[in-house]
Design a protein around this ligand. Structure first.
Ligand SMILES: Nc1ncnc2c1ncn2[C@@H]1O[C@H](COP(=O)(O)OP(=O)(O)O)[C@@H](O)[C@H]1O
Ligand SMILES: [Mg+2]
Length: 395
């Protein structure tokens, strides 16, 4: 009997209705959804259930187990990677055979591939954001001790994140987690990325019938430069006069401003006690996310959280008599939830991702207020937003 071994995390379907006895390439299943996807070595297909949409990737059982475990650990440390749901083994096939296993992940909603991003008319203006976001993902993974081994344009997915673009890791087959990544391994990872990105750009040129001279083969180098600048900004040691300790706070604020948590400060006296060397251990990019969650219970990405926290500060500015906790509860009840309900009721493109829609709305309200030179209340801004009828997504 060809019965598979399935290990599925709780809260998800058992996936036993899928025809595991056959290869994924032969599945013609009513649950199958035809959704766009990037270039892949392995067969990846999407299936819809009541609990959500899932991606099934067929790979060797050995690699499947490794990828599942790594993605679980990445989730635990809140790395920006797809969420693993299950791992499947077909015990009647050798575990190294490419069809002996599968990994199931939660389908990453509202995402798009770099091909869509590059071909969108807004790419010129968004180019910097996209490259920064890509570099930021690699910095974050490295800070968390993750060596990727196959960082490329098609192993990530992009999505709008407040007014930025965020990047999520989708392919962790080759990834490893260590307590601390050495400089050598980080450089190896960067070299792989540079080569992969050049390959991706060459593919794009070929698919548009352009010759290689027109391919942006240096794009990976550009990302690597951005990575190195960020890495230095986040991790360098600073030496300060002992009576300028306010600089420690400034440094922490700068790191937090990039969204990263400061886990430890290392202070060493130098120069006979006249100077201090400050080193920092930087954690994940969850600073605003954790703050927003702790204050209001609202779940959003770090960049979205930053923008929503600004909205909360704006709300508090006229209500100084309220404690931060009470203000947060009232803001949620009086501002956030009603606006989320209004946004959902629009039932158009803007409501696909309500938290993102809320951020787009905040941006709209800000532009309106700046234009009119006065604070525009939510109701008025919303009315105008509905009239405009533009999707919130700028590409
Ligand atoms: N959880 C997911 N959500 C959305 N898309 C996904 C997901 N997993 C995979 N994909 C899509 O499938 C493509 C291939 O997945 P990947 O893990 O890179 O497989 P491969 O090992 O074949 O390269 C990705 O580029 C992405 O477009
Ligand atoms: Mg891949």
């Amino acid at each position: 009997m060809s019965t598979p071994n399935l290990r599925i995390r709780s809260g998800h379907p058992d996936f036993l209705d899928l025809p595991w006895e056959k290869s994924l390439t032969e599945w013609d299943h009513p649950r199958r959804l035809h959704l766009p996807k990037g270039i892949s070595r392995h067969e990846v297909r999407f299936f819809g259930y009541d609990t959500g949409v899932y991606a099934v990737k067929e790979i060797s059982a050995r690699t499947a187990l490794h990828e599942f475990e790594i993605l679980r650990r990445l989730e635990e440390i809140e790395a920006p990677s797809v969420v693993p749901v299950g791992v499947v083994e077909r015990p009647w096939i050798d575990e190294n055979d490419e069809q002996s296993g599968a990994v199931i992940t939660e389908y990453l909603r509202h995402a798009f591939s770099y091909r869509e991003l590059l071909s969108g008319p807004g790419f010129g203006g968004r180019r910097n954001q996209m490259l920064d976001a890509f570099a930021l993902l690699l910095v974050e993974l490295h800070l968390l001790g993750c060596y990727w081994g196959d960082c490329s344009l098609s192993n990530v997915l992009y999505h709008y994140d407040a007014d930025q673009i965020a990047v999520t890791m989708v392919d962790a087959e080759t990834a490893e987690l260590v307590p601390r990544l050495s400089k050598g391994r980080r450089e190896d990872d960067l070299a792989i990325m540079v080569e992969n990105v050049a390959g991706g750009m060459a593919d794009i040129a070929a698919s548009r019938d352009l010759d290689l001279d027109h391919a942006d083969l240096a794009l990976g180098e550009d990302i690597a430069d951005r990575y190195r600048n960020l890495w230095v900004e986040l991790t360098h040691d600073e030496v300060i006069p002992v009576d300028e300790r306010f600089r420690i706070n400034e440094r922490i604020l700068r790191i937090n401003d990039l969204g990263f948590e400061v886990e430890d400060l290392h202070l060493t006296a130098e120069d006979g006690g006249h100077r201090l060397r400050i080193g920092v251990t930087v954690g994940g990019r969850t600073f605003h996310q954790h703050r927003l969650r702790a204050l209001t219970g609202v779940e959003a990405s770090d960049e979205q959280s930053r923008q929503i926290l600004n909205d909360l500060s704006h709300y508090r500015a006229n209500r100084e008599e309220l404690s931060p906790e009470i203000a947060a509860i009232r803001w949620r009840a009086e501002q956030f939830e009603p606006m989320m309900a209004s946004l959902r009721s629009l039932g158009d493109l803007r409501t696909v991702d309500p938290v993102q829609a809320y951020c787009d709305f905040l941006h709209h309200r800000y532009l309106l207020s700046a234009g009119l030179g006065r604070d525009v209340p939510n109701d008025e801004a919303f009315e105008q937003w509905v009239e405009e009828g533009q999707p919130g997504y700028p590409i």
